[in-house]
Design a protein around this ligand. Structure first.
Ligand code: 13P
Ligand code: SF4
Length: 362
């Protein structure tokens, strides 16, 4: 049994990189192939075709004082070729807040780049793919939150970080997949409103039962919603029949039946760390119930032999960005690649993010 990973993205060739001597291209291609560690999918020939892009991007980053942040679901050429930092949404928010460079380039979906702008409002924040959205962030508007607050006056509102800046500006605190349980448990009162992820909300309702009432909303992640408990169960049965001790690790954006069938639940970064830890203990038959980029990172960052079982789902939004888009936006960002937010929205949204840092680090 082996994992069905999508093919490496193909260049769409709309941006031509600088010319580099053959020996430099070969050296960079070797650096890439050694870092990505999937030589069948990321062949030396393919790495040679992307080497000029990574070389020029890394030069421009230095020249222009740019910090390039990438979410774990970005493709390995971005993560291992050009990113200064890669992690989950909580850690990346902190990195965006603390970056010393003048410019942040966020290779990810729109809400993450907006979060960087809210936390570092005086920096230029570049988002190479303005069309890269998120089904969760599109499921709720600031007006929807205002209506909920009217319906439940005085009840604290927590929102998942996968939301627009305008939604963050309406709530009391933001949370991420690595801290939603802790933060919601510690909010004052015996009731809270949680938006927009219904599955995470249901997980909260179950975990806080008897302590707090949780009012939930109806958004879902279109990627994680595709997994079912039934499918995991049948993978488990097949693995058992083959004498394989399967470790099922899932992201909390999955439905309750998936989480019930899982051995471990965590943010993208936590899932990667736990997979690597399990591999180092010889428990290397791993099933990752999440976006495909998670497995790419496990394969690149472990020194142990891993048997990643089952399939993964690709996020079309996360995978929108190509090296070409990063190069073009670094050379000369288009107006729609620069994050601009209303000052009042920044100030209110910043409060809910700062509350997240405060509660998460209690
Ligand atoms: P984390 O990386 O914070 O786990 O979040 C995953 C996600 O929603 C990205 O779309
Ligand atoms: Fe949004 Fe889901 Fe894609 Fe994350 S994986 S960006 S939650 S659609």
């Amino acid at each position: 049994m082996s994992m069905d990973l999508p093919a490496a993205p193909k260049s769409h060739g709309k941006v031509i990189p600088k010319l580099y001597p053959e020996d430099k291209i070969l050296e960079e291609a070797e650096r890439l192939i050694n870092a990505i560690k999937q030589p069948e999918r990321w062949t030396i020939e393919h790495c040679k075709t992307i080497a000029a892009y990574t070389l020029e991007i890394n030069e421009l980053k230095k020249q222009k004082d740019v910090y390039l942040i990438a979410h774990s679901y970005q493709t390995p050429d971005i993560i291992y070729g050009v990113a200064d930092e890669v992690s989950d949404s909580y850690s990346l928010s902190k990195s965006a807040r603390d970056a010393e460079q003048k410019i942040i380039l966020f290779s990810s979906v729109r809400f993450m780049a907006e979060t960087a702008k809210i936390l570092s409002p005086n920096k230029l924040v570049i988002h190479p793919s303005p069309e890269a959205g998120c089904s969760l962030s599109e499921s709720i508007t600031a007006r929807d939150v205002r209506e909920l607050k009217k319906k439940y006056p005085g009840v604290p509102v927590a929102c998942y970080i996968n939301t627009t800046a305008e939604v963050k500006a309406e709530v009391d605190v933001c949370v991420t997949s690595s801290n939603y349980l802790k933060i919601c448990e510690n909010l004052p009162g015996d009731k809270l409103i949680f938006v927009p992820d219904r599955f995470m909300g249901e997980h909260l309702q179950k975990s806080l039962a008897g302590k707090k009432d949780v009012v939930i909303y109806d958004g879902v992640c279109e990627v994680h919603a595709l997994f079912t408990g039934e499918k995991i169960l049948s993978w488990r049965e097949r693995a058992n029949e083959a004498g394989i001790d399967l470790q099922v690790l899932s992201h909390p954006e999955c439905s309750a039946d998936v989480l019930e069938e899982s051995d471990f639940i965590g943010s993208s970064e936590v899932l990667i760390k736990e997979s690597i830890r399990l591999g180092s203990e010889g428990k290397n038959n791993i099933m990752l119930i999440t976006e495909c980029g998670t497995a790419d990172r496990v394969l690149a960052e472990t020194n142990d032999e891993m048997n990643i079982i089952g399939t993964c789902v690709m996020c079309r939004h996360m995978k929108t960005t190509l090296l070409e888009d990063i190069l073009q936006s670094l050379r000369e960002p288009r107006d729609d690649q620069i994050i601009r937010l209303d000052q009042e929205v920044i100030e209110k949204a910043k409060f809910s993010l700062e509350e997240m840092f405060r509660y998460a680090e209690i």
